[in-house]
Ligand binder design. Sequence first.
Ligand code: SF4
Ligand code: SF4
Length: 380
Amino acid sequence: MIPEAARCVKCGLCLAGCPTYQLSSSETMSPRGRIALVQALAQGQLVVDGYSHEVLASCLLCRRCEAMCPSEVPFGMLMDRGRELVRSRQGWKEKLLIAILPRRVWMHLLARIGKAALSATTPMGKMLTQARLDAPEPEELCRPRGTRTVGRIGLFTGCTGSLFDSAAIEGATELLLQAGYEVQIPRRQACCGALDAHGGNGKRAARLLAVNEAAFASAGELEAVVSIASGCGAQFAGYPALGEKHVDIGSFLAQEQVISRLRFRPLAKCAMVHIPCTLENVLHGAEAVLQLLQRIPGLHIVEAGKRGACCGAGGTAFLLRPDLADSLRQPFVQQIGGLAPDYVLSSNVSCRLHLQAGVDTAGVQFMHPVTLLAQQLIRD
Ligand code: SF4
Ligand code: SF4
């Protein structure tokens, strides 16, 4: 028996927030149904088959249910456990993606080959068109120029950050430097482990956790370990040693003692802000990002969609379950089409790539909020 699953009192309060339940109206595809399934598999009351794999693998891990649950059932942990139980039923595509996506070298190779070979109409092809193959690796240690150093920050850049979001890494670094911090980006950091954990490979996720904890432990006295993508941040928040020090970049910068050192040039444009489910449901960092962006004078800010709802990117869902991912993206696409903002800002790289792939992007710039903040930053 899994004691955490037994905490579910089957009240059903989480059902209204679950995107797969809303689309299917099926109890099996609800958080309550999935918790009962994980428990039954763990107790040997049900055998693993293709259907039980599908029920667990189609969960988007948005953790909306966890945020709504009055009994504080740790749904994310239970789903990782469940995915381990049904791992033997993974198809070759799922296995391949989980093997390649978190490995920097393999992703660079795939981007080089796939950019030319894959049709830009497939989900993978669309993603690879966004890869920046010539992005330089960031410096390992950056020091603020001409200002007194107030502390040192460890920056987690993610396994594919330099490939798909180098502008956010550069932007986060610049903002931290301007606020007076040294920025340490340990070379030996690895993938956060989220894809492996959610793909049922808990052992590999634990190895990556150990690599990251060692990399940041050897980076000197750090005031905080800051992550840029909220999907990685949600995984980091559960690290035993680093979890306490971890904070999302938006929440770190929004602290009064930090933001008071930053000034921004006005920008008379419209920004639609997408709050990823991981930022809202796990890191609770939505307000901080909105407060930060309000520091740009003249910027008109509109929040995208329903806060905490999954846009359909859901880990690898946008690559493996394009129909589900498209359905969940539609409200966002319609809102972007109706408003025609100058910018769409999202704190999670896979959400940004997924939203961008669904919109006629002419005239709309998609980026991480820190990229826009760095663009408007007044430098000393
Ligand atoms: S997970 Fe929580 S909210 Fe959902 S049915 Fe169980 S106890 Fe209720
Ligand atoms: S994590 Fe999201 S998709 Fe999965 S059961 Fe919970 S609410 Fe539904």
